[in-house]
Ligand binder design. Structure first.
Ligand code: MN
Length: 262
């Protein structure tokens, strides 16, 4: 008996876990869920409030609530990383086939990726062995989430039709323009920002000094080949990320600095 696994696997719906860092009520997440609705079985597990800038933090000092909203989304009293970690290790019956995080309101390019909860949610999926995509709309005006939704859909469909051979963590930034105005897609490296703007100081009604963390700095390395450059020029930017922070190039120098033999 011949069984055509290629056809049967093509008919198996993908299990897709969605999360974000803007919170489960964020328009970008709703758009993402709508855009991916017909690509597979969608489960949403997202933070109960905006946790932008949460990076890869796990909540270890208190238990977490997971509740279900009227629309079926699950929301967690924790970080984006908590959401994906809990979903994969304690909530979902099956390991998802993909994690998609976003659509973030605002770019996550260059150094942003270190602080981003959007990227962190995808990173957690990747670390748990699931191919993962972080997707961000590169403006704070949020006019064309539908454009980024369509880009996410195309990537997920491509992944379904042609699974990538190795584990993958893709950081995607989409210009905030109508879909037809996109120039196409560029594979990029991360650029660099200048240092952040100064902290903003104010006084509370009770006379305490308060601080707001300042805005991210403008792009410093935004040259050809970077995510900043691609998005500025109207392209979708896709940067494959890795987690190994080793600065291999400095290993010999540090070894010499410590007068070590090897
Ligand atoms: Mn955010």
């Amino acid at each position: 008996m011949n069984i055509d696994f290629s056809i049967s696997s093509a008919l198996t719906p993908m299990r897709i876990l969605l999360s974000n860092d803007d919170g489960y009520l964020a328009p970008g997440l709703v758009q993402l869920a709508e855009s991916l609705a017909d690509t597979g079985d969608i489960t949403v597990v997202a933070p109960e409030r905006n946790r932008s800038g949460a990076s890869n933090s796990l909540t270890l000092d208190m238990p977490l609530h997971l509740r279900r909203a009227a629309n079926g989304y699950m929301y967690v009293s924790g970080t984006p990383t908590d959401c994906v970690h809990l979903a994969v290790t304690g909530v979902l019956e099956h390991q998802p086939d993909m994690v998609v995080s976003g659509i973030n309101l605002g770019a996550n390019m260059g150094d942003d990726t270190i602080y981003s909860g959007t990227v962190a949610a995808a990173t957690e999926g990747y670390l748990l062995g699931v191919p993962s995509i972080a997707i961000s709309l590169a403006s704070f005006e949020g006019r064309y989430f539908a454009t980024a939704g369509r880009v996410a859909r195309e990537l997920v469909q491509r992944f379904r039709e042609r699974p990538f051979a190795e584990p993958v963590l893709l950081n995607v930034n989409v210009p905030d323009v109508p879909y037809d105005e996109l120039r196409g897609t560029r594979i990029t490296r991360l650029g660099r920002r200048h240092k952040a703007e100064p902290a903003v100081k104010s006084i509370s009604p009770r006379g305490e000094t308060l601080y707001w963390i300042g805005a991210a700095g403008p792009a410093a390395d935004a040259g050809e080949g970077t995510d900043f450059h691609a998005v500025e020029q109207g392209w979708v930017s896709i940067t494959p990320l890795q987690i190994d922070l080793t600065h291999a190039g400095q290993m010999p120098g540090v070894r010499r600095w410590l007068d070590l033999e090897q």
